[in-house]
Design a binder for this molecule. Structure first.
Ligand SMILES: [Zn+2]
Length: 299
C-alpha cells in the first residue's frame, strides 16, 4: 500500500502493524481528502472511536457511516483501519487490538501458536505455550499434569505490567497471579496470561488513567474520561485457547462475573468458582471498592 501522507492534509499515520498477511494502518483523523483517499485505496473496514465505543462496519456512526455505505472492496492483502480522533486523545494506539478484533469478527481469529516448552518457576514446574493474536501475544501456563486433569483449576489473568512485574500496590493483580500460580502448581491447572494491559486500553492509556487517578478520578471514571469503556477486554482468544487445550469443565479462579459469563458462553461447565481474594492495602482499598461496587466483582 502506497500512501503519501504529506499530501493528505489531516491524515496522521499513527501506527503500522503487521497482522498475519495483512498490513494494518491506523490513521488519526479523516477529512474529505482522506475520505477520497480511502476510496482510492479500497478500504473495507472503518472504526470510529467516538462516544466511548468502537463503531463497527455497518453500524451507524455519522461520517464514518458514509464511508461504509460506499461498500468498497479491499483486496485480501490490504486493510486500512481508520480511527477517529476524540478530543486531544487521538488514536488510542494502546487499544489497537480492539480494532483488529472488531474487524475480524467472531470466527476469523488468525492465531499463531508456539510449540510447548518447559518453564521451571519459583512456584513450580510448568509447561508453557504462546499464542499470537494480532499485535498481542498471550501465554498458557500449565501444570505438568494438566492433560490428565479431569477438572483443572483455571485462571484467566489479565496483564498488568505495573502490578505483575513492578509490584504496584495500586491494584491486586500481582497477588492474584501469584495465588493462581501457587494453586495450579499444587493442585494442577492452567493460567492464561491474557495480555490485554489495563483492561485492554494499553500501557500508555493506563498510565494516563493513573495520572487522572492521582487527580481524584477513580479507576472507572478515569477510563471513561479518556474515551474508553470501564472494561475494554475481549476474550475471544481465550476461547481459542480453551478449545486448543480441550477444556470442557473447569474450576474457575476469579472474582469477575464477566469472566464467569464468558466461560459459560464458551459452553464450558464451571464446576466450582474459587474466589481470588487478596490482602488490601492503603493504596488499593478504594480500587477494590470500585471494582466491587461498579464492576460487580465478587469481593
Ligand atoms: Zn493491576
Amino acid at each position: 500500500m502506497d500512501i503519501d501522507f504529506k499530501k493528505s492534509n489531516g491524515l496522521v499515520p499513527v501506527v503500522t502493524q503487521e497482522f498475519g498477511t495483512n498490513e494494518v494502518l491506523m490513521l488519526g483523523y479523516m477529512n474529505q481528502e482522506a475520505l477520497n483517499l480511502t476510496v482510492e485505496t479500497n478500504i473495507v473496514h472503518y472504526f470510529s472511536r467516538s462516544k466511548n465505543r468502537i463503531w463497527k462496519k455497518g453500524e451507524s456512526s455519522g461520517h464514518i457511516q458514509k464511508l461504509i455505505d460506499l461498500k468498497v472492496d479491499c483486496d485480501n492483502d490490504t486493510i486500512l483501519a481508520i480511527v477517529e480522533q476524540v478530543g486531544n486523545s487521538a488514536c488510542h494506539t494502546g487499544a489497537k487490538s480492539c480494532f483488529f478484533k472488531s474487524y475480524l469478527g467472531n470466527n476469523q481469529l488468525n492465531i499463531i501458536e508456539s510449540k510447548i516448552a518447559n518453564l521451571p518457576t519459583k512456584y513450580g514446574d510448568f509447561d508453557i505455550k504462546a499464542y499470537k493474536d494480532g499485535c498481542q501475544e498471550h501465554l498458557a501456563i500449565m501444570s505438568k499434569d494438566f492433560k490428565e486433569l479431569e477438572i483443572p483449576n483455571v485462571r484467566i489473568h489479565s496483564e498488568c505490567l505495573t502490578g505483575d512485574s513492578v509490584g504496584s500496590l495500586k491494584c491486586d493483580c500481582n497477588q492474584q497471579l501469584v495465588l493462581a500460580l501457587e494453586l495450579i502448581a499444587k493442585e494442577g491447572g492452567l493460567v492464561i496470561y491474557h495480555r490485554q494491559e489495563g483492561r485492554n486500553i494499553g500501557l500508555v492509556n493506563k498510565i494516563n488513567a493513573y495520572n487522572l487517578q492521582d487527580q481524584g478520578f477513580n479507576t472507572v471514571e478515569a477510563n471513561i474520561e479518556l474515551g474508553f469503556k470501564a472494561d475494554e477486554r475481549d476474550y475471544r482468544v481465550v476461547k481459542y485457547i480453551f478449545e486448543d487445550l480441550g477444556l470442557d469443565e473447569l474450576k474457575l479462579i476469579t472474582n469477575n462475573p464477566k469472566k464467569i459469563q464468558f466461560v459459560e458462553s464458551c459452553g464450558i461447565k464451571i464446576k466450582k468458582r474459587t474466589p481470588s481474594i487478596t490482602k488490601t492495602n492503603q493504596y488499593n482499598e478504594n480500587y477494590l471498592k470500585i471494582k466491587k461496587e461498579q464492576m460487580g466483582h465478587l469481593l
